[in-house]
Design a protein around this ligand. Sequence first.
Ligand code: ADP
Length: 815
Amino acid sequence: MASYLNNLFIVEENDWFGDAMAKGTTPIDGYVEADEARGSENDIDPHVPNVIGILPIRNTVAYPGTVTPLTVGRERSKALLADTKPNESLIGLLTQRNPDTDTPGFADLYSVGTTASVLKIIKMPQGSVNIFVHGIARFKIVERIATEPYLKARIKLLTVKTKMTKQLQALMVSVRQSANRVVALSPNVPEEASVLLENIEDPSSLADFLAANLSMDVVKKQELLAQLDPVKRLDELSVILAHQLEVLELSHKIQGRVRDSIDKSQREYFLQEQLKAIQSELGQQDMRTEELKELRQNIANARMPKAVETEALRELDRLSKIPAASPEYSVIRTYLDWVCELPWSVQTEDRIDIGQAQRILNRDHYDLTKVKKRILEFLAVRKLNPKGKSPILCFIGPPGVGKTSLGRSIARSMGRKFVRVSLGGIRDEADIRGHRRTYIGALPGRVMQELRKCHSRNPVFMLDELDKIGADFRGDPASALLEVLDPEQNSTFSDHYLDQPFDLSAVMFIGTANYTEPIPPALFDRMELIELPGYTETEKLRIAKRYLVPRQLKEHGLSKSQLTIRDEAIRTTINSYTREAGVRNLERHIAAICRSVATQIAKGDKRRATIGAKDLARILGPAQHESELALRTGIPGVATALAYTPVGGELLFIESASMPGKGNLQLTGHIGDVMKESAQAAFSLVKASAKRLGIDEKQFAKADYHIHVPAGAIPKDGPSAGVAMFTSLVSLLLQKPTRPDVAMTGEITLRGLVMPIGGLKEKVLAAKQAGITTVLLPMRNRKDLPEIPTEARKGLRFVFVRNVEEALKAALDAA
Ligand code: ADP
């Protein structure tokens, strides 16, 4: 369709072109085409030569007022162009009757043509020449002048006569309308063409413009050129336009239909896609039906109590009505999974065989006679009265003394599963009891989590570190634990997340703690305490030889014959590489020895090894604990206390110092409130008994005092350093050092009495390990002495004191 009007914009300067059209004149060479305004057919411009060169053209007809691009290849034509000056000389354009004639003579050409000026000559690389010609006026040949080097003829310009009538005006309007319509329907013709059409006022120019731009055969075009009457031409053109319009409209319609059909197929495609989505959704529906079926089955399989089951089915019903993408869906789904996986009715069969239990306990643990006896009694009662409410055992002792491993042995000897939860650092009730389901990411508490993991409703459940439970604004975990442990309440323990009672009465709870003091009293009351004091060096040696070494050998793939660790090596490890009441670090060091030997054997360096004390430095590095005793004491103001810390018995060196001041007391060294108070009491007691002790009372008004307990990283608390603090202050004030081989323990009263303390065995063991020879103990602890193994007592002198004077007598250097 572009071809209808495509000549229009070939020349860039179409404004000029438009102007020319609008005015019906061309400015070229000052030549003026004869027009109707002048109305004279014979008004010939005197500048137009009457003999001009003729350029035969094929397949097209050039009209006045239009620009036509032509490709010139024939020799004659080139010769003509050679004689032609662009924008100056005129040539005559005549169309060939037969486009196939290569060297046309006059006879081969129509006799009416258009004079034209050549606007531009562009020489193409292949030898042809492209030219643009601007048609100026119609002419006809009156005489043939020459054929070589190109056709030359005498011509006569043909003038066009027009009389503007109403009919012609109406015809122009109608032609313009049709032409505008053609422009509108032709997608490649620019809008400006319509503007151009509106601006051509001369009927002949309008006809020529349209004839040049409409597509029709050459014969028809030539006819339109030869026709001088513009009315006739316009008539003819209106028919052609109508025809073209029809074709265009038809094609437009067809296009519309094509578009419709494309739209339709797009719609179908879209619907198909939707259908697919719906089908896959339906597939998911199938999956969901499957999922719901499975959940229903799980609920049935879990054999939960009726009330819980009803609730679970209610949730399942809600689940079936919620779209899978909704967040609520996964919340309910998780809940149902939890409910189904809890061991509502799964439990292990108890098989309590006291003889067997004893064997297991003995096989796993050295000594601990009292503890084992108590455990066996406990099991015996359970065997005879399985339904009875047995007490909750709580193992108290420093780390590494075998609390956890005893728990495991109990579980094994009863045929139950074993789970362990560390309560250290728990501050939130929700840790025990879970969060309500309304919270995002809510989960059940630790108790339910462990039960789900072990999948039994009657495991041996160890609650580790009962003494490390905290409490803050989020609620008191201890109160939740109370409900867990209380036999009266725990058959309907309600976890916030599950929101359904779970019967914990079949669970056998065992607690562990390093200290008894920090255990919340309500919990403490519900438990039967079993103390596991630390081990002596010899006990540790035996445990190492009988249990730890064989176990580590096995774990490292070594046989007994491949590695022998001498007793002296084990003793050195105990004394110089570990400082603990239990055997946990000892076991780690034995593991390190095994690793080192295993590497050598695996490398092929050795086939067997015997480790003596001198090899330890190479394997374990330099000894980590040296005796500090001699360094610490020997100066006035230092006293050695025996304390019980979370890691067992410890020696504490209490240091006192004075400086000019007003009698204030300062305390440092990470000490707890009870120990601070005990220091205050010691200070008051010193001041109160100054006279009796021979201390100058005036000193107190002039000096400040400072008590420091080194090893600030370890938290220290308790009243049992009272005697040592008093002794340290007196030693400072009297400037008498304490004896370096004396260590003491005991609480003091303001009246100077020495009160009994706990943790006797650990303290004595620590004293012995540190090389102390004299231990000062409260008189009222005398009855506990038999608890301390004879071996630990060996070489130690015990001085039992009733009051501080007796303590001073034994502790201060006589010198
Ligand atoms: P706790 O729970 O008291 O901190 P563990 O039960 O974890 O201590 O004991 C630490 C290691 O010491 C374990 O490997 C344990 O078997 C071993 N152990 C402790 N006491 C004994 C003992 N009396 N006889 C044998 N091994 C023991």
